[in-house]
Design a protein around this ligand. Structure first.
Ligand code: NAD
Length: 483
């Protein structure tokens, strides 16, 4: 059994309960982890609270150094961690290795900022006596990092990187189905020299452990990534306590392909954007709007491209020119995609590619990457988030039509446009209701740029130097009696 990390120690649940972790490609048990309860949350938060004053006072450079020592250990164990990630999550090996690399890059980004945090100085009116003011960034305290199963490591890194670098302590709660790579990484970061209690990890059902963590009175900051519905629940339990909360939620990113687009590049970008991680990405191209004058040509190229994907075990390489995609993460998730397809087809949509379980795949949650045309814009595949390998495509008359349809969603996470027309680029940047717009680029979350959503896609931002602001309180200090 893999162990939780509390106060620098590997610990089981106080109750002794365990829960299995299932391999989505084989449906076999990979390992088990502690099934924690609220009493374990109390222990983890107490350890983080005890460690906070010392960590907050540690020189920023020293903090960064200790985090980097741990990162070196993570990099030394990259293959072992990637194996765990492939087996618990389902993603192909090259994607797992990419995720660990991205995790390291993201955390390092914040260790570099640790000693570069700045405050402010201002002269003050002298009516109450000569004085000046300063604004100093102060760490907040114990932070909760609640992480989903699609990118367990990178989405943890975007939270613990800025939190620890800014001097906070953290309790991480990975998704119940993907705790193994996370626990290993956190154990290695602790071995790298983090003082006990600075970085802890607990495992257990989200509704019990996640909720107890978000609601815990000693947790002052909650960073959550997951479904919009769960985000609402986090607001209900943490909001009334005036905690600092960021929510990175669901998305239904539109991509617009204009008549002047480089169609080969657009096809490649859309395919990666939609089918990376078997479509289970928040930032994924989930609705595609193609100008009518290039629609047929674009579709021909798109369908040739999608036929290259070969669902299979993540630890087995596909033979070129095939590209490996893993299984969908769970039976329930696969059923949801099937239901969304059936709803669209029942209302007149046409399956242009896929839409079925691959032949001979009776075990594992495999599914063929799917493209549908003619789905009504109020069908489930369009209105809801499609968290799997399903791409609905629409023919549009021009830019106004495309932007109006793109904005017809409760979500507003990412968006993209494929064009070289400066006016269309300007219009898309100004008018697409989203936290991000990529131009001639795949939907990718750069560590260097703030990342987050509008509308039902969340509040606050992760990534970029801006993320550090969400892990400090700007404290005003007035120094008076100067003359
Ligand atoms: P989820 O909301 O079911 O779970 C996310 C995490 O919250 C898990 O650790 C889970 O155990 C925990 N949790 C569940 N119920 C809880 C509760 N009541 N209180 C506290 N914690 C609770 O999401 P998921 O299915 O794991 O992930 C997929 C979703 O995440 C998709 O909607 C996807 O778009 C979204 N996502 C968003 C981003 C982003 O940055 N915007 C990134 C990745 C994934």
């Amino acid at each position: 059994m893999a162990m939780q990390v509390i106060n620098g120690e590997a610990v089981p649940a106080k109750s002794g309960a365990q829960m299995p972790v299932i391999n989505p490609a084989t449906e076999e048990v990979v390992d088990s982890v502690p099934k924690a309860g609220p009493e374990d949350v109390d222990a983890a938060v107490a350890a983080a609270r005890k460690a906070f004053p010392g960590w907050a006072k540690t020189d920023a450079e020293e903090r960064a150094h200790k985090i980097r020592e741990g990162l070196a250990k993570v990099r030394g164990a990259v293959q072992e961690i990637a194996d765990l990630l492939v087996r618990e999550q389902g993603k192909p090996m090259h994607e797992a290795l990419g995720e660990i690399n991205h995790f390291g890059h993201g955390v390092e980004f914040y260790t570099e900022l640790a000693s570069k945090m700045r405050g402010a100085y201002t002269a003050l009116p002298s009516a109450l006596g000569k004085a000046y003011g300063m604004v100093i960034p102060r760490p907040i305290g114990v932070c909760a990092a609640i992480v989903p199963w699609n990118f367990p490591l990178t989405l943890m890194g975007t939270k613990i990187g800025p939190a620890l670098s800014a001097g906070n302590t953290v309790v991480v709660k990975p998704a119940s189905t993907t705790p193994l790579a996370t626990l290993r990484v956190i154990a290695l970061l602790n071995e790298g020299g983090l003082p006990p209690g600075v970085l802890n990890a607990i495992t257990g059902p989200g509704r019990v452990v996640g909720e107890a963590l978000a609601a815990h009175p000693d947790v002052r900051r909650v960073a959550f990534t997951g479904e919009s519905g769960t985000g609402r629940r986090i607001m209900e339990v943490a909001g009334p306590q005036f905690k600092r909360i960021t929510l990175e939620l669901g998305g239904s990113d539109p991509a617009i392909v204009c008549s002047d687009a480089d169609l080969d590049k657009a096809v490649r970008g859309v395919l990666i954007g939609r089918f990376w991680n078997m479509g289970q990405a928040c930032l994924a191209c989930k609705r595609l709007y193609v100008f009518e004058d290039v629609y047929d040509k674009f579709m021909e190229k798109l369908l040739t491209g999608v036929a290259r994907y070969e669902p299979g075990e993540g630890w087995v390489k596909a033979e070129r020119p095939k590209i490996r995609v893993g299984p969908i993460h769970s039976a329930g998730q696969r059923q949801e995609i099937i239901d969304q397809i059936q709803d669209a087809v029942g209302r007149g949509a046409r399956i242009a590619y896929g839409g079925r379980v691959p032949e001979g795949r009776n075990r594992g949650f495999f599914f063929t990457p799917t493209v549908i045309e003619g789905a009504p814009h109020d069908s489930r595949a369009v209105k809801e988030e499609t968290f799997g390998p399903l791409l609905p495509v629409f023919k549009v008359k021009g830019i106004d039509d495309a932007i109006a349809m793109a904005n017809d969603s409760i979500y507003g996470l990412g968006s993209s446009i494929w064009t070289y027309n400066v006016r269309w680029i300007y219009k898309a940047a100004q008018e697409l209701e989203a936290g991000m717009t990529w131009v001639n680029q795949i939907h990718y979350g750069y560590d260097e740029l703030p990342f987050g959503g509008v509308k039902a896609s969340g509040i606050g931002r992760e990534h970029g130097p801006e993320a550090m602001d969400y892990y400090v309180e700007p404290k005003s200090v007035v120094v008076g009696d100067l003359e």
